[in-house]
Ligand binder design. Structure first.
Ligand code: CAA
Length: 276
């Protein structure tokens, strides 16, 4: 058996081990990763959190994949939060472990070297919104309702929401959303910068796919470097961030893609990037 066949076998085994996810990679390398628990509005129990982590790591390594779209099954919900029924059994230590488990999975999404876009239809609440916030970009349908309702359960967000909403939308919006626990329509999420784009439900997939394809057509090494520099920049101050940027900018000059991109501009043609 060739090593490629062995890898294919492994991938099949891993896919088989994701009973609550659907994964499809189309001919253009856009992977659609669907949380598939419609009876529970795609709520994230510990099992699904583990499956999402495995899936994202597998897709990140798959050369056929150029960008990843995360969504939920059905029209009604993206993801309606962490699984409240499962959480009701937790003691404090188990809840803390669950929080770390979810945070680690979402950090893996945020650190994915390929673009990850959240495609949000219906409810994106609690852990569901936190999943969307960990993705690099968010596109919502006009039907979307977003919020962090945890305080209504006597809880606070536990999958990074207090930190990511703060960084994405600022402290004023983060406090209002987290302290009221209200649901906000897509238009309001767009206004405060929680989502990047809002479109009618029937246009959602085309919009997301178009966005993913556009990014996938850019230099893959540059896209990866930009994602990484922005992500790490969120953790450090301005001068350290600029230092990271200069290192990354310099590194691009050692890539064939940069030479191809610049040459193509000078020759007035489209670049053909190879990803190195
Ligand atoms: N966990 C477990 N099950 C859930 C769920 C969740 N987060 N959200 C919905 N469901 C289940 C419901 O229990 C119901 O199951 P049954 O049919 O077996 O009764 C099914 O999904 C359909 O839900 P509803 O009947 O409630 O549908 P609705 O249209 O009346 O209401 C909703 C929709 C407003 C989204 C409502 O389901 C709701 O409020 N869900 C909970 C939202 C929430 O509080 N999310 C935060 C969870 S805590 C969290 O996420 C912590 C964290 O940060 C890690």
């Amino acid at each position: 058996m060739s090593s490629a066949e062995e890898v294919d076998d492994l991938v099949e085994e891993v896919e088989y081990a994701w009973p609550d996810l659907q994964v499809d990679v189309d001919e253009d390398g856009i992977a659609k990763l669907v949380v598939n628990r419609p009876d529970a509005l795609n709520a994230l129990n510990a099992e699904v959190v583990g499956q999402l982590r495995a899936a994202i790591e597998e897709l990140a390594l798959d050369d056929a994949v150029r960008a990843i779209v995360v969504t939920g099954s059905g029209e009604k919900a993206f993801v309606a939060g962490a699984d409240i029924a499962e959480m009701s059994e937790y003691d404090a230590l188990e809840a803390r472990s669950f929080s770390h488990f979810g945070q680690d999975m979402l950090s893996a999404i945020e650190a994915c070297p390929k673009l990850v876009v959240a495609m949000i239809q219906g409810y994106a609440l609690g852990g569901g919104l936190e999943l969307a916030l960990a993705c690099h970009l968010r596109v919502a349908s006009t039907s979307a309702q977003l919020g962090l309702p945890e305080v209504g359960l006597g809880l606070i967000p536990g999958f990074g929401g207090t930190q990511r909403l703060l960084r994405i939308a600022g402290p004023s919006v983060a406090r209002e959303w987290i302290l009221t626990g209200d649901q906000f329509p897509a238009s309001e999420a767009l206004r405060v910068g929680v989502v990047n784009r809002v479109v009618e439900p029937e246009a959602l997939w085309d919009e997301v796919r178009g966005l993913a394809l556009k990014v996938a057509s850019r230099g893959p090494v540059a896209v990866q470097a930009a994602l990484e520099t922005i992500r790490r920049g969120l953790e450090v101050g301005q001068s350290e961030g600029e230092s990271l940027e200069a290192d990354s900018f310099g590194m691009m000059f050692s890539t064939r893609d940069m030479k191809e991109g610049v040459q193509a501009f000078l020759e007035k043609r489209k670049p053909e990037f190879e990803g190195h």
